[in-house]
Design a protein around this ligand. Structure first.
Ligand SMILES: Cc1cc2nc3c(=O)[nH]c(=O)nc-3n(C[C@H](O)[C@H](O)[C@H](O)COP(=O)(O)OP(=O)(O)OC[C@H]3O[C@@H](n4cnc5c(N)ncnc54)[C@H](O)[C@@H]3O)c2cc1C
Length: 474
């Protein structure tokens, strides 16, 4: 009997077929990443229903030296949630999707304690039922899970006002690589008692332990909200507009999304029912959400700005909720439209906000010089200094792998070297996973990388937690 078969049978005997899936048909959906860029065979998929079952599974893996790949909604974009094809040693996918209890809703403390497998949308809806807001918002919110959001420190479209998962979390519960439980589910906004361990697990992409529950912050629902679509000449104008609005509104701006012409054109081409909010074609647009203003107050503000500064080419303020939702739907379908168009090289980059116009200008010059005929799809969360900067090749290709092999390295190097030169990061909100391991080694300071490795070695000495992710294999 092969090692895989033997271990799979042992798992089945111990945990039962409700929890353990060893058949190919059952495993396959868990073994492929969302973009279809990587897949590898897992020993089995474990879908535990209780915290105790998670602990028992981890203890079993620790004892048998079996690697663990934690998986939430499998919407991650760096291949972190699926087994690595470079590892021969058995890898067990541990899906958190059945760990879905709501442990505590404390409205007087504005906190919600939930298990890791709740989807983001379920948490948003629960908060809303109690007249509260859980502000994390991503296009994948129907599928991604709180445990995955925490492990990738997810950002999304309201980071500007509320911060990413790091800022939205007060406590964590984690099963450690040897099966021990750390209960750090504290609902405290102030707690200066030594190291803040939860921050080490947030963004660790499942390489240090399994997050099983979290205490999240809730906020009041905004009483009024305006959504507006504004056309501009350039990213520089967008930055100026951002500061002009901030000067008037302070923290009330909850989203400030920059959208280039190309991604908008792809959404209009591929998404059924999509319509440009404005009648004319413009090179750049921003989608702005403002809390605490209604649509007429927002229109007055934009009119006042129009007379003060010559920044805006045209603008539409949503007159009602459904118009606002249509503007957001356009923004949220930008990634899907690119997927339909065909393979592209994706970059999720972070820059000081002040460097964004320079980056966009210089990157275009460098890329078009080196690779004539490419097209650049640029959009993102300008208010957070985060751009999604994707490249379609001059000649159509059929698979992402083909694109990467042909031009990927050279194109990405131009982009990421410029990002580094301007003080930015090669990954803003998507993490490192297995696709950006080489970038971490290339762009991170060796001292910082060394500290990260020491931490990993100390907390997971057997190296069983999600190997091949973040760091290269030993
Ligand atoms: C259409 C689309 C839009 C997106 N938009 C955004 C966006 O705006 N902002 C953004 O930040 N991201 C975005 N993403 C990326 C993705 O949705 C997020 O990274 C999300 O937080 C991942 O959650 P998940 O449950 O799917 O995690 P998975 O993909 O299952 O896992 C992601 C990583 O976390 C680890 N992990 C998962 N659960 C646990 C756990 N309980 N304990 C320990 N480790 C765990 C996995 O091993 C893996 O390394 C988008 C993705 C898609 C497909």
């Amino acid at each position: 009997m092969s090692e895989h078969l033997y271990l799979g049978q042992q798992l089945l005997d111990q945990f039962g077929s409700q929890c353990i899936k060893t058949q190919e048909l059952e495993r396959v959906p868990f073994e492929h990443d969302w973009r279809g860029r990587t897949a590898a065979k897992a020993l089995a998929v474990a879908i535990p229903q209780t915290l105790e079952e998670v602990q028992a599974l981890v203890r079993w893996c620790h004892h048998h030296d079996v690697n663990i790949v934690p998986q939430g909604g499998n919407t991650g974009l760096c291949g972190g949630s699926v087994p690595s094809p470079r590892i021969a040693h058995p890898q067990l996918i541990l899906s958190l999707s059945r760990l879905k209890h709501i442990r505590q809703l404390d409205l007087d403390n504005d906190t919600l304690t939930v298990e890791a497998g709740c989807t983001l949308q379920e948490i948003q809806e629960l908060a809303e039922q109690h007249d509260r807001l859980f502000p994390l918002s991503l296009a994948s919110e129907g599928s991604c899970q709180i445990g995955g959001n925490l492990s990738t420190n997810a950002g999304g479209v309201q980071v500007l006002r509320y911060g990413s998962m790091r800022a939205l979390t007060l406590g964590l519960e984690v099963v450690l690589p040897d099966g021990k439980l750390w209960n750090g589910l504290r609902g405290l906004r102030k707690d200066n008692t030594g190291y803040d361990l939860k921050q080490v697990f947030i963004g660790a992409e499942g390489t240090l332990g399994i997050i099983t529950a979290a205490t999240l912050k809730l906020f009041p629902q905004p009483l009024k909200q305006a959504v507006t679509w504004i056309a501009l000449e350039s990213p520089q104008n967008a930055l100026q507009l951002f500061h002009a609005l901030r000067a008037k509104l302070g923290e009330q701006i909850s989203s400030f999304e920059l959208i280039g012409r190309k991604p908008l054109a792809l959404a209009l081409k591929h998404i059924p029912g999509a319509r440009d909010p404005l009648p004319e074609v413009h090179p750049w647009q921003v989608l702005v959400q403002i809390d605490g203003l209604d649509h007429s107050e927002c229109a007055d503000l934009l009119n006042a700005l129009l007379t003060e500064q010559d920044l805006i080419r045209d603008a539409l303020v949503a007159q009602n909720e459904s118009q606002g939702k249509a503007m957001w739907a356009l923004r949220e379908h930008l990634s899907e439209a690119q997927r339909i168009e065909g393979p592209s090289l994706k970059h999720d980059i972070s820059l000081p906000m002040s460097a964004i116009p320079t980056f966009i200008e210089q990157a275009q010059i460098k890329l078009e010089e080196a690779h004539p005929g490419i097209s650049i799809v640029c959009f993102g969360h300008l208010g957070d200094g985060n751009l999604h900067y994707n490249i379609f090749p001059a000649e159509a290709v059929t698979t992402a792998q083909e694109l990467e092999q042909r031009e990927g390295e050279r194109i990405s190097r131009i982009i990421l070297d410029l990002v580094a030169q301007l003080g930015g990061s090669f990954s803003a909100e998507h993490g490192v996973g297995q696709f950006k391991v080489a970038e971490l080694a290339r762009y991170r300071d060796p001292v910082e990388l060394g500290l990260m490795r020491q931490l990993k070695a100390a907390w997971d000495p057997k190296g069983i937690m999600n190997p091949g992710k973040i760091f290269d294999l030993p």
